[in-house]
Ligand binder design. Structure first.
Ligand code: KIV
Ligand code: ZN
Length: 388
């Protein structure tokens, strides 16, 4: 595999599960964790163990069945949280404690009524405490997207010195523009002396629809991990969508990056999460939406039928989607109609199609989508007319 490996940290079971109505029970979480491991993700954030006894139990049970992937548990920068996370992870083959604190002035002043020096010390202490239980400690600087870069660099340097193996730079509010997020990561790469001792992680939210773009900007600037969720589920407008970042990296070889995710499992995984979390996927969602490989206008259909690459940059097979679809609507052209009639077994000349197309437009203007049954009916009537 050429290039640099990007670790995929899936947080569907933690940040994704924070979506109202998406709460999962232990059995559901275990089923999804097994599917995520099978998909090829490197780290599964299984939950926030101190948040409830049910979540503690889910994290614990997940560690008993997941053997290849790292299992992470979230905690605040609070001793008790860290101890409970360590306890929940005690059977894990590869445990990681994910702990941290808000570093932006919004968080420092409004949430903690504190100051930068105090927060810096609390950051160091939480990493040191977590190191008593596990080797792999990830530190998150919550709201790093709105944190002053100089201060963020001091925090990152200090937590790495305290033993953090991964430093997470969340754009918690989805505020950054891609070039700003990329510059933030580049700033850390260039200004934190011990940065090569840890992996930088991108954790982006989608409030402005920029989570995928920001995560990609982050890995281009030197980050080595992306935190993401299936179908982009997550707080408010959601998190970076796993299927999107994986396919951006796979499509753009020039980035020199790769992941271990098996792309042909993306659509089945998306459906499993959607059904289990009772959260439909928007039809126009990239990679996994029901329209991601559907062509409806005449110009597109004609181009696609001549060469699928004219309008598809990914094959449906590559991402485990059923196949491309030609949808017949009032915007469709003759070539799509002829193609569908041929698929249904009718041998029509160009002249036949010209006549049938007029009838087709009448039906299509009445209905949103013309179905195969409508075409059979048209064919029946056309036969009667031509016999008469
Ligand atoms: O968005 C965020 O900042 C988070 C942290 C808790 C990692 O989810
Ligand atoms: Zn988050």
């Amino acid at each position: 595999m050429p290039g640099k490996k990007i670790d995929i940290f899936d947080t569907t079971l933690r940040d994704g599960e924070q979506v109202p109505g998406c709460k999962l029970n232990t059995k559901e979480k275990i089923e999804l964790a097994i599917a995520l491991e099978d998909l090829g993700v490197d780290i599964i954030e299984a939950g926030f163990p101190i948040s409830s006894p049910g979540d503690f139990n889910s994290v614990r049970e997940i560690t008993k069945v997941i053997k290849r992937a790292t299992v992470a548990g979230l905690s605040r920068a609070v001793q008790k949280d860290i101890e409970v996370a360590a306890d929940a992870l005690k059977y894990a083959a590869r445990p990681r404690i994910h702990t941290g604190i808000g570093t932006s002035d919004f968080h420092i002043k409004s949430k903690f009524n504190s100051n930068r020096e105090d927060i810096l010390q609390r950051a160091i202490q939480c990493v040191k405490w977590a190191k008593n239980f596990v080797d792999d400690v990830e530190f998150y600087a919550e709201d790093a997207g709105r944190t002053d870069n100089d201060y963020l660099a001091r925090v990152v340097e200090a937590v790495i010195a305290a033993g953090a193996t991964v430093v997470n730079i969340p754009d918690t509010t989805g505020y950054c523009l891609p070039h700003q997020y990329g510059e933030k990561i580049a700033y850390l790469v260039n200004n934190v002396p011990n940065i090569d001792k840890a992996t930088i992680s991108c954790h982006c939210h989608n409030d402005l629809g920029l989570a995928t773009a920001n995560s990609i900007a982050g890995v281009i600037a030197g980050a080595g991990q992306i935190e993401c969720t299936i179908n982009g589920l997550g707080e408010r407008a959601g998190n970076t969508s796993l299927e999107e970042v994986v396919m951006v990296i796979k499509q753009h070889h020039s980035l020199g990056l790769y992941t271990n995710v098996q792309s042909q499992k993306l659509n089945p995984m998306s459906r499993l999460v959607s059904e289990t979390m009772r959260m439909p996927v928007q039809p126009n969602k990239a990679i996994v939406g029901s329209n991601a490989f559907a062509h409806s206008s005449g110009i597109h259909q004609d181009g696609f039928l001549k060469d699928s690459q004219t309008y598809e940059i990914i094959t449906p097979e590559e991402v485990g989607a059923g196949g491309s679809k030609i949808v017949l609507t009032a915007r469709s052209g003759r070539s799509a109609l002829a193609h569908r009639f041929q698929k249904l077994g009718y041998q029509y000349t160009r002249n036949d199609v010209d006549v049938l197309y007029q009838e087709f437009l009448q039906v299509a203007d009445r209905k949103k989508e013309v179905e195969d049954d409508d075409l059979h009916e048209m064919a029946k009537q056309y036969k009667q007319q031509t016999v008469e």
